[in-house]
Write a protein that binds this ligand. Sequence first.
Ligand SMILES: NC(=O)C1=CN([C@@H]2O[C@H](COP(=O)(O)OP(=O)(O)OC[C@H]3O[C@@H](n4cnc5c(N)ncnc54)[C@H](O)[C@@H]3O)[C@@H](O)[C@H]2O)C=CC1
Ligand SMILES: CC(=O)C(=O)O
Ligand SMILES: [Mg+2]
Length: 437
Amino acid sequence: MITKHMIRTLMIETPTIPGNLGKVATAIGLMGGDIGEVETVKVGPNYTMRNMTVQVENEEQLQEVIQAIEALGEGIRLHTVSDEVLSAHEGGKIQMKSKMPIRTLAELGRVYTPGVADVCRLIENEPEKASIYTTISNSVAIVTDGTAILGLGNIGSVAGMPVMEGKAALFDQLAGISGIPILLDTSDPEEIIRTVKHISPGFSGILLEDIGSPHCFDIEDRLKEDLNIPVMHDDQHGTAVVTLAAAISACKSAGLDLKEAKVGQIGLGAAGVAICRMFMAYGVKAVCGTDKSEEAMDRLAQYGGQPLESIKELMDTCDIVISTTGVPGLIKKEYVRQGQVILALSNPKPEIEPEEALEAGAAYAADGRSVNNVLGFPGIFRGALNAKSKVIDHEMLVAAAEAIASCTKHGDLVPQPLDPKVHQAVAAAVERTARGK
Ligand SMILES: NC(=O)C1=CN([C@@H]2O[C@H](COP(=O)(O)OP(=O)(O)OC[C@H]3O[C@@H](n4cnc5c(N)ncnc54)[C@H](O)[C@@H]3O)[C@@H](O)[C@H]2O)C=CC1
Ligand SMILES: CC(=O)C(=O)O
Ligand SMILES: [Mg+2]
């Protein structure tokens, strides 16, 4: 079965006669549509109105579903087809809100002038008090230059804002952190570094997001060196953490020793190189990789990995295959070997659908929707901020990966991303590791 990526909500009216919902469901199913939620909006004596969420592969299949419903007749009518994802983005997904009511002049004087001036003076004299009397200690900048938005490429930072707002919403809901998107209109590393350094006083952490390779490497290294707060490029280390967690779980279920397994990485950009470095630092002896860019292959060799010339060669020889190229369908079904673990992590579409990889003989397979850095970055920053850590280092990242693996049910690769216990476990492990230094 191919995963369907297009979601639409159909408002359908049916005469209130038993069996009509079944007819609609059958018509949708025969055209290959997957029905998700069914919400009854109105039940009248004669007609029932329902919203049905349907997933399809593409516009063509959507049209086939629509025609099949319209052809049913017998009073069954399709009223509207709406794009809930687009509607959910109307007006944006986040907002900055006041925590204090300002209803009276006395409250105004407390929240703003004249009262606020005393707090400013206090911080001027004792700068460390800013962590008590401002939101800085709980704020993380989400910085992008828009050069590698998901697997969509260099689409610019404004087009990438929905992703940044999504990260901010996840920071808030999963870790209670205020994530503030910062959109840059430059991809020049020196300008990015200078800008982030200039805005850093307002934040206790910097999450670099969807900044493409190779410039992301130097930007992160230099900011880590120059700033006194944690800096983490999510596509590198957040992804590496979650991928390591998935590999630990897969090996545990399959009775394999991860350190002895041969790991192959397709796509050696921001995510790919960081995954290789993480696996090697964890103790995996054989890590190889391939990329269409020679520069990326050289980078892997420089870190101690083995560059391979082709995807086929990598698929033929590796026990665990991970791909982060942004190219849907890059891994052919016939390349998959019996018993392999395949993590095709590109978003929004993977290099091979997990269902296809499993059909072709993979023992475990997942895509970037489940093996996703959302399992890592909220708890990693929560733990780092709680510990007032100035860095996020390798030990803290390994602690996060092991915490995620420990929350994973036997047979699964990763836990459910909205389980609060996972983020609490990651935060606690990262905080403990940071405090232990
Ligand atoms: N599941 C998750 O949590 C995450 C998934 N990703 C996904 O990984 C993908 C890559 O992201 P980044 O590493 O940030 O981008 P990037 O642009 O830094 O890296 C992509 C790499 O893939 C290589 N590549 C492209 N086409 C190729 C091909 N046909 N054969 C071999 N190599 C090829 C490029 O040369 C480049 O080195 C994106 O689709 C992104 O959505 C990234 C971060 C997290
Ligand atoms: C999940 C994520 O960060 C990405 O696909 O770029
Ligand atoms: Mg990303």
